[in-house]
Design a binder for this molecule. Structure first.
Ligand SMILES: *[C@@H]1O[C@H](CO)[C@@H](O)[C@H](O)[C@H]1NC(C)=O
Length: 393
Protein backbone atom coordinates (compact mmCIF):
# COMPACT_ATOMS: atom_id res chain seq x y z
CA UNK A 1 0.00 0.00 0.00
CA UNK A 2 2.84 2.39 0.70
CA UNK A 3 5.25 1.18 -1.92
CA UNK A 4 3.91 3.10 -4.89
CA UNK A 5 5.05 6.70 -5.10
CA UNK A 6 1.44 7.82 -5.02
CA UNK A 7 0.06 5.88 -2.10
CA UNK A 8 -3.61 6.49 -2.73
CA UNK A 9 -5.49 4.45 -5.28
CA UNK A 10 -8.10 7.19 -5.28
CA UNK A 11 -5.55 9.56 -6.76
CA UNK A 12 -5.44 7.66 -10.00
CA UNK A 13 -8.82 9.12 -10.83
CA UNK A 14 -7.23 12.37 -11.81
CA UNK A 15 -3.79 11.21 -12.78
CA UNK A 16 -4.86 10.35 -16.27
CA UNK A 17 -6.90 13.46 -16.77
CA UNK A 18 -4.22 16.04 -16.22
CA UNK A 19 -1.89 17.64 -18.71
CA UNK A 20 1.77 17.88 -17.75
CA UNK A 21 1.70 21.45 -16.51
CA UNK A 22 -0.06 22.23 -13.26
CA UNK A 23 -0.49 25.40 -11.34
CA UNK A 24 1.69 27.18 -8.82
CA UNK A 25 0.24 29.45 -6.16
CA UNK A 26 -2.54 31.54 -7.63
CA UNK A 27 -3.66 34.53 -5.59
CA UNK A 28 -6.89 34.76 -7.57
CA UNK A 29 -7.91 31.18 -6.86
CA UNK A 30 -9.62 29.57 -3.90
CA UNK A 31 -8.40 26.05 -4.60
CA UNK A 32 -4.67 26.19 -3.95
CA UNK A 33 -3.28 23.14 -2.16
CA UNK A 34 -0.09 23.50 -0.12
CA UNK A 35 1.51 20.42 1.44
CA UNK A 36 4.67 20.57 3.53
CA UNK A 37 7.48 18.21 2.53
CA UNK A 38 10.72 17.45 4.35
CA UNK A 39 9.92 16.12 7.79
CA UNK A 40 8.68 12.59 6.95
CA UNK A 41 6.34 12.94 9.90
CA UNK A 42 4.79 9.51 9.21
CA UNK A 43 8.27 8.18 10.10
CA UNK A 44 7.99 4.88 8.29
CA UNK A 45 11.00 3.02 6.92
CA UNK A 46 8.87 1.71 4.06
CA UNK A 47 6.22 3.99 2.64
CA UNK A 48 7.60 7.11 4.28
CA UNK A 49 8.70 10.31 2.61
CA UNK A 50 9.80 9.90 -1.01
CA UNK A 51 11.99 12.36 -2.84
CA UNK A 52 10.46 15.73 -3.61
CA UNK A 53 9.84 15.27 -7.33
CA UNK A 54 7.59 12.27 -6.59
CA UNK A 55 4.96 14.72 -5.42
CA UNK A 56 5.16 17.11 -8.34
CA UNK A 57 4.28 15.11 -11.43
CA UNK A 58 0.53 14.74 -11.88
CA UNK A 59 -0.53 15.76 -8.41
CA UNK A 60 -3.07 18.38 -7.35
CA UNK A 61 -0.59 19.88 -4.86
CA UNK A 62 0.51 23.24 -6.26
CA UNK A 63 2.60 24.65 -3.39
CA UNK A 64 5.29 22.73 -1.51
CA UNK A 65 7.00 24.42 1.43
CA UNK A 66 10.26 22.59 2.22
CA UNK A 67 10.45 21.97 5.96
CA UNK A 68 12.66 23.24 7.50
CA UNK A 69 15.44 25.71 7.68
CA UNK A 70 15.57 25.25 11.44
CA UNK A 71 18.70 27.23 12.25
CA UNK A 72 19.18 30.66 10.70
CA UNK A 73 22.47 31.69 12.29
CA UNK A 74 25.21 30.01 14.31
CA UNK A 75 24.90 27.64 12.54
CA UNK A 76 22.65 27.80 9.51
CA UNK A 77 20.93 24.43 9.29
CA UNK A 78 18.44 22.70 7.06
CA UNK A 79 16.79 19.42 8.03
CA UNK A 80 14.83 17.19 5.64
CA UNK A 81 14.67 13.95 7.65
CA UNK A 82 15.30 10.91 5.42
CA UNK A 83 15.79 13.13 2.35
CA UNK A 84 18.65 14.74 4.27
CA UNK A 85 20.34 11.33 4.38
CA UNK A 86 20.90 11.79 0.66
CA UNK A 87 22.73 15.07 1.22
CA UNK A 88 26.37 15.65 2.17
CA UNK A 89 27.72 18.51 4.27
CA UNK A 90 29.76 21.46 3.11
CA UNK A 91 33.31 21.06 4.41
CA UNK A 92 33.79 22.40 7.90
CA UNK A 93 30.06 23.01 8.46
CA UNK A 94 26.93 21.09 9.41
CA UNK A 95 25.08 22.66 6.50
CA UNK A 96 23.66 20.13 4.04
CA UNK A 97 24.39 20.13 0.34
CA UNK A 98 21.49 18.37 -1.40
CA UNK A 99 21.92 17.68 -5.12
CA UNK A 100 18.78 15.48 -5.29
CA UNK A 101 16.66 18.26 -3.84
CA UNK A 102 18.36 20.72 -6.20
CA UNK A 103 17.37 18.55 -9.16
CA UNK A 104 13.86 18.01 -7.82
CA UNK A 105 13.17 21.70 -7.15
CA UNK A 106 13.95 22.35 -10.80
CA UNK A 107 11.74 19.45 -11.90
CA UNK A 108 8.88 20.66 -9.72
CA UNK A 109 9.22 24.22 -10.97
CA UNK A 110 9.19 23.01 -14.55
CA UNK A 111 5.84 21.40 -13.70
CA UNK A 112 4.58 24.76 -12.48
CA UNK A 113 4.84 24.08 -8.75
CA UNK A 114 5.66 26.78 -6.22
CA UNK A 115 8.50 25.62 -3.98
CA UNK A 116 9.06 27.60 -0.79
CA UNK A 117 11.64 27.24 1.94
CA UNK A 118 9.90 27.05 5.32
CA UNK A 119 11.89 28.71 8.09
CA UNK A 120 11.45 27.75 11.74
CA UNK A 121 9.42 24.75 12.82
CA UNK A 122 8.89 23.42 16.32
CA UNK A 123 12.61 22.80 16.88
CA UNK A 124 13.73 26.36 16.08
CA UNK A 125 15.17 27.81 19.29
CA UNK A 126 17.23 30.88 18.32
CA UNK A 127 14.54 33.34 19.34
CA UNK A 128 15.07 35.61 16.35
CA UNK A 129 17.56 38.46 16.19
CA UNK A 130 19.09 40.94 18.62
CA UNK A 131 18.41 43.94 16.35
CA UNK A 132 16.68 44.90 13.15
CA UNK A 133 19.99 45.26 11.36
CA UNK A 134 21.08 41.77 12.39
CA UNK A 135 17.74 40.46 11.08
CA UNK A 136 18.30 42.22 7.75
CA UNK A 137 21.84 40.87 7.42
CA UNK A 138 20.60 37.32 7.88
CA UNK A 139 17.76 37.86 5.46
CA UNK A 140 20.35 38.92 2.87
CA UNK A 141 22.44 35.84 3.65
CA UNK A 142 19.46 33.50 3.18
CA UNK A 143 18.56 35.27 -0.03
CA UNK A 144 22.09 34.63 -1.34
CA UNK A 145 21.90 30.99 -0.22
CA UNK A 146 18.42 30.09 -1.48
CA UNK A 147 17.35 32.86 -3.87
CA UNK A 148 18.59 33.23 -7.44
CA UNK A 149 22.33 32.54 -7.63
CA UNK A 150 24.25 35.80 -7.37
CA UNK A 151 27.42 35.79 -9.43
CA UNK A 152 29.29 37.93 -6.93
CA UNK A 153 28.36 35.79 -3.91
CA UNK A 154 30.34 32.98 -2.33
CA UNK A 155 27.38 31.84 -0.21
CA UNK A 156 27.07 28.09 0.33
CA UNK A 157 23.98 26.92 -1.54
CA UNK A 158 22.27 23.76 -0.20
CA UNK A 159 20.21 23.55 -3.40
CA UNK A 160 23.04 24.51 -5.75
CA UNK A 161 21.82 26.19 -8.90
CA UNK A 162 18.16 25.83 -7.92
CA UNK A 163 16.38 28.73 -6.24
CA UNK A 164 13.20 28.60 -4.23
CA UNK A 165 10.09 30.59 -5.15
CA UNK A 166 9.98 32.28 -1.78
CA UNK A 167 9.87 31.73 1.94
CA UNK A 168 7.41 30.49 4.52
CA UNK A 169 7.58 31.65 8.14
CA UNK A 170 6.75 29.01 10.70
CA UNK A 171 7.90 30.31 14.07
CA UNK A 172 6.14 28.71 16.97
CA UNK A 173 8.02 30.21 19.95
CA UNK A 174 8.74 33.77 20.99
CA UNK A 175 11.05 35.57 18.59
CA UNK A 176 12.46 39.10 18.27
CA UNK A 177 12.92 41.29 15.21
CA UNK A 178 11.08 38.98 12.85
CA UNK A 179 9.24 41.78 11.08
CA UNK A 180 12.45 43.40 9.72
CA UNK A 181 13.66 39.92 8.76
CA UNK A 182 10.53 39.12 6.76
CA UNK A 183 10.34 42.65 5.34
CA UNK A 184 13.89 42.39 4.02
CA UNK A 185 13.18 39.08 2.29
CA UNK A 186 10.04 40.65 0.83
CA UNK A 187 11.99 43.57 -0.60
CA UNK A 188 14.74 41.35 -2.02
CA UNK A 189 12.10 39.21 -3.71
CA UNK A 190 10.10 42.14 -5.03
CA UNK A 191 13.23 43.71 -6.53
CA UNK A 192 13.56 40.84 -9.02
CA UNK A 193 11.88 41.69 -12.28
CA UNK A 194 10.30 39.03 -14.41
CA UNK A 195 9.85 36.46 -11.68
CA UNK A 196 7.31 36.41 -8.88
CA UNK A 197 8.41 35.28 -5.42
CA UNK A 198 6.11 34.58 -2.50
CA UNK A 199 6.06 35.10 1.23
CA UNK A 200 3.81 32.95 3.37
CA UNK A 201 3.39 32.19 7.05
CA UNK A 202 1.86 29.38 9.05
CA UNK A 203 0.35 30.96 12.17
CA UNK A 204 -1.66 28.92 14.64
CA UNK A 205 -5.38 29.63 14.75
CA UNK A 206 -5.70 31.45 18.09
CA UNK A 207 -5.75 35.10 17.01
CA UNK A 208 -3.48 36.96 17.00
CA UNK A 209 -0.73 34.38 16.59
CA UNK A 210 1.59 34.81 19.59
CA UNK A 211 4.86 34.04 17.80
CA UNK A 212 4.26 35.76 14.44
CA UNK A 213 1.97 38.66 15.33
CA UNK A 214 4.55 41.36 14.63
CA UNK A 215 5.35 40.05 11.14
CA UNK A 216 1.73 39.57 10.22
CA UNK A 217 0.88 43.10 11.29
CA UNK A 218 3.78 44.74 9.47
CA UNK A 219 4.76 42.76 6.39
CA UNK A 220 2.87 42.00 3.18
CA UNK A 221 2.31 38.25 2.88
CA UNK A 222 0.92 36.54 -0.21
CA UNK A 223 -0.85 33.89 1.83
CA UNK A 224 -1.05 32.49 5.33
CA UNK A 225 -1.65 28.80 6.00
CA UNK A 226 -3.39 28.94 9.35
CA UNK A 227 -2.91 25.82 11.46
CA UNK A 228 -6.50 24.98 12.28
CA UNK A 229 -5.43 22.10 14.49
CA UNK A 230 -3.95 21.40 17.92
CA UNK A 231 -6.15 24.20 19.24
CA UNK A 232 -9.68 25.03 20.42
CA UNK A 233 -10.28 27.04 17.23
CA UNK A 234 -9.42 24.21 14.81
CA UNK A 235 -11.42 22.38 12.15
CA UNK A 236 -12.75 19.80 14.59
CA UNK A 237 -14.46 22.66 16.44
CA UNK A 238 -16.51 23.66 13.37
CA UNK A 239 -19.12 25.11 13.58
CA UNK A 240 -18.51 26.08 17.23
CA UNK A 241 -15.18 27.77 17.98
CA UNK A 242 -13.70 27.35 14.48
CA UNK A 243 -12.43 30.88 13.74
CA UNK A 244 -11.85 31.20 9.99
CA UNK A 245 -14.06 34.32 10.18
CA UNK A 246 -11.49 36.01 12.45
CA UNK A 247 -8.67 35.34 9.99
CA UNK A 248 -10.78 36.48 7.05
CA UNK A 249 -11.50 39.69 8.90
CA UNK A 250 -7.78 40.20 9.56
CA UNK A 251 -6.94 39.49 5.92
CA UNK A 252 -9.40 41.92 4.45
CA UNK A 253 -9.37 44.68 7.03
CA UNK A 254 -6.01 44.89 8.73
CA UNK A 255 -3.35 42.87 6.91
CA UNK A 256 -0.75 44.98 5.06
CA UNK A 257 -1.67 43.10 1.85
CA UNK A 258 -5.47 43.28 1.66
CA UNK A 259 -5.40 40.52 -0.95
CA UNK A 260 -3.60 38.07 1.31
CA UNK A 261 -5.12 34.60 0.97
CA UNK A 262 -5.97 32.45 3.96
CA UNK A 263 -5.40 28.72 3.50
CA UNK A 264 -7.21 26.28 5.75
CA UNK A 265 -4.38 24.34 7.42
CA UNK A 266 -5.27 20.74 8.32
CA UNK A 267 -3.47 17.62 9.53
CA UNK A 268 -3.02 15.19 6.61
CA UNK A 269 -3.93 12.13 8.67
CA UNK A 270 -5.16 11.16 12.14
CA UNK A 271 -1.54 10.87 13.32
CA UNK A 272 -0.15 14.02 11.66
CA UNK A 273 -0.85 16.37 14.56
CA UNK A 274 -1.77 16.16 18.22
CA UNK A 275 -5.41 16.85 17.45
CA UNK A 276 -7.61 18.36 14.81
CA UNK A 277 -7.81 15.78 12.02
CA UNK A 278 -11.01 15.97 9.99
CA UNK A 279 -12.26 13.75 7.18
CA UNK A 280 -15.53 12.74 5.54
CA UNK A 281 -18.51 15.02 6.12
CA UNK A 282 -16.75 17.22 8.64
CA UNK A 283 -13.95 17.89 6.13
CA UNK A 284 -16.46 18.64 3.39
CA UNK A 285 -18.46 20.98 5.58
CA UNK A 286 -15.56 22.89 7.03
CA UNK A 287 -14.13 23.49 3.53
CA UNK A 288 -17.55 24.42 2.18
CA UNK A 289 -18.04 26.95 4.99
CA UNK A 290 -14.53 28.39 4.62
CA UNK A 291 -14.93 28.78 0.85
CA UNK A 292 -17.63 31.33 1.55
CA UNK A 293 -15.06 33.83 2.86
CA UNK A 294 -13.55 36.19 0.28
CA UNK A 295 -9.98 35.63 1.50
CA UNK A 296 -10.20 31.83 1.31
CA UNK A 297 -7.31 30.58 -0.82
CA UNK A 298 -7.44 26.79 -0.47
CA UNK A 299 -6.09 24.13 1.84
CA UNK A 300 -2.73 23.50 3.50
CA UNK A 301 -1.84 20.07 4.89
CA UNK A 302 0.87 18.80 7.22
CA UNK A 303 2.69 16.82 5.89
CA UNK A 304 3.30 15.09 2.56
CA UNK A 305 4.19 11.72 4.05
CA UNK A 306 0.98 11.66 6.09
CA UNK A 307 -1.21 12.81 3.20
CA UNK A 308 0.17 10.15 0.87
CA UNK A 309 -0.14 7.50 3.57
CA UNK A 310 -3.82 8.38 4.06
CA UNK A 311 -5.61 6.96 1.01
CA UNK A 312 -8.42 9.09 -0.33
CA UNK A 313 -8.04 12.13 1.92
CA UNK A 314 -6.40 14.41 -0.66
CA UNK A 315 -9.02 13.32 -3.15
CA UNK A 316 -11.70 14.48 -0.69
CA UNK A 317 -9.97 17.84 -0.36
CA UNK A 318 -9.85 18.33 -4.14
CA UNK A 319 -13.50 17.37 -4.34
CA UNK A 320 -14.54 19.75 -1.56
CA UNK A 321 -12.59 22.53 -3.28
CA UNK A 322 -14.82 22.14 -6.28
CA UNK A 323 -13.05 19.39 -8.19
CA UNK A 324 -10.92 21.70 -10.27
CA UNK A 325 -7.36 22.91 -9.99
CA UNK A 326 -6.17 26.53 -10.04
CA UNK A 327 -5.48 28.23 -13.36
CA UNK A 328 -2.02 27.59 -14.74
CA UNK A 329 0.20 30.47 -15.65
CA UNK A 330 2.72 29.48 -18.26
CA UNK A 331 5.33 31.69 -19.80
CA UNK A 332 7.10 30.83 -22.99
CA UNK A 333 9.90 32.79 -24.58
CA UNK A 334 8.08 34.94 -27.07
CA UNK A 335 4.68 35.37 -25.53
CA UNK A 336 3.15 37.19 -22.65
CA UNK A 337 1.95 35.02 -19.76
CA UNK A 338 -1.33 33.26 -20.45
CA UNK A 339 -3.72 31.66 -18.07
CA UNK A 340 -5.53 28.43 -18.69
CA UNK A 341 -7.50 26.20 -16.41
CA UNK A 342 -6.85 22.57 -15.69
CA UNK A 343 -10.11 20.79 -15.11
CA UNK A 344 -10.13 17.58 -13.12
CA UNK A 345 -12.15 14.78 -14.58
CA UNK A 346 -13.27 12.60 -11.77
CA UNK A 347 -13.92 8.90 -11.83
CA UNK A 348 -16.02 8.87 -8.69
CA UNK A 349 -19.29 10.76 -8.46
CA UNK A 350 -18.41 14.38 -7.78
CA UNK A 351 -20.25 15.90 -4.88
CA UNK A 352 -22.36 18.71 -6.18
CA UNK A 353 -22.18 22.04 -4.43
CA UNK A 354 -25.50 23.13 -2.94
CA UNK A 355 -27.15 25.28 -5.56
CA UNK A 356 -27.90 28.02 -3.05
CA UNK A 357 -24.25 28.90 -2.38
CA UNK A 358 -22.67 32.05 -3.77
CA UNK A 359 -19.18 32.26 -5.20
CA UNK A 360 -16.82 34.78 -3.53
CA UNK A 361 -14.65 37.30 -5.39
CA UNK A 362 -12.09 35.57 -7.66
CA UNK A 363 -13.84 32.23 -7.23
CA UNK A 364 -14.73 30.16 -10.27
CA UNK A 365 -18.27 30.54 -11.56
CA UNK A 366 -18.04 28.94 -15.00
CA UNK A 367 -15.89 27.20 -17.59
CA UNK A 368 -15.73 23.93 -19.47
CA UNK A 369 -16.23 21.02 -17.13
CA UNK A 370 -17.19 23.23 -14.20
CA UNK A 371 -20.27 22.08 -12.31
CA UNK A 372 -20.21 24.29 -9.19
CA UNK A 373 -22.27 27.33 -8.27
CA UNK A 374 -22.52 30.11 -10.86
CA UNK A 375 -23.98 32.97 -8.83
CA UNK A 376 -21.52 35.49 -7.37
CA UNK A 377 -21.63 37.14 -3.98
CA UNK A 378 -22.67 40.80 -4.25
CA UNK A 379 -21.36 43.04 -5.72
CA UNK A 380 -19.45 40.71 -8.07
CA UNK A 381 -20.57 39.33 -11.38
CA UNK A 382 -19.44 36.25 -13.25
CA UNK A 383 -16.87 37.30 -15.84
CA UNK A 384 -15.47 35.28 -18.72
CA UNK A 385 -11.66 34.82 -18.61
CA UNK A 386 -11.24 31.88 -20.96
CA UNK A 387 -13.29 28.93 -22.18
CA UNK A 388 -12.00 27.12 -19.10
CA UNK A 389 -12.42 29.79 -16.49
CA UNK A 390 -14.96 32.42 -15.55
CA UNK A 391 -14.61 34.12 -12.22
CA UNK A 392 -16.50 36.44 -9.90
CA UNK A 393 -14.98 39.89 -10.17
C1 LIG B 1 17.59 8.75 -1.46
O1 LIG B 1 18.44 8.23 -2.47
C2 LIG B 1 18.05 6.94 -2.93
C3 LIG B 1 19.15 6.45 -3.86
O2 LIG B 1 19.30 7.29 -4.97
C4 LIG B 1 16.71 7.05 -3.61
O3 LIG B 1 16.28 5.79 -4.07
C5 LIG B 1 15.69 7.59 -2.61
O4 LIG B 1 14.45 7.83 -3.28
C6 LIG B 1 16.17 8.89 -2.00
N1 LIG B 1 15.23 9.28 -0.95
C7 LIG B 1 14.89 10.53 -0.69
C8 LIG B 1 13.86 10.73 0.37
O5 LIG B 1 15.38 11.49 -1.26
Amino acid sequence: MFSTPLGSAALWGYLFALPAVLAGFNSGASNNIAVYWGQNSINKAVGGQQRLATYCANTPVNIIPLAFLNGIKNPTLVNFANAGDNCTTFAGTQLLSCPKIEEDIQTCQSLGKTILLSIGGATYTEGGFSSASEAQTWADTLWAMFGPKQSSSTALRPFGAASVDGFDMDFEATTSNMAPFAARLRSRMDAVSGRKFYLSAAPQCPFPDAAQKEMLEQVAFDFVSVQFYNNYCGATAYPGNFNFDTWDNWARNSAPNKNVKVLLGLPGSPTAAGSGYVSGDQLKQVIQYSRGFPSFGGVMAWDMSQVYGNAGWLDSVVSALGGSLPPVTTTSKNTTPTTTLVTVTRTSAATSTPTGSLVPQWGQCGGIGYTGPTQCQAPYTCQYVSDWWSQCA
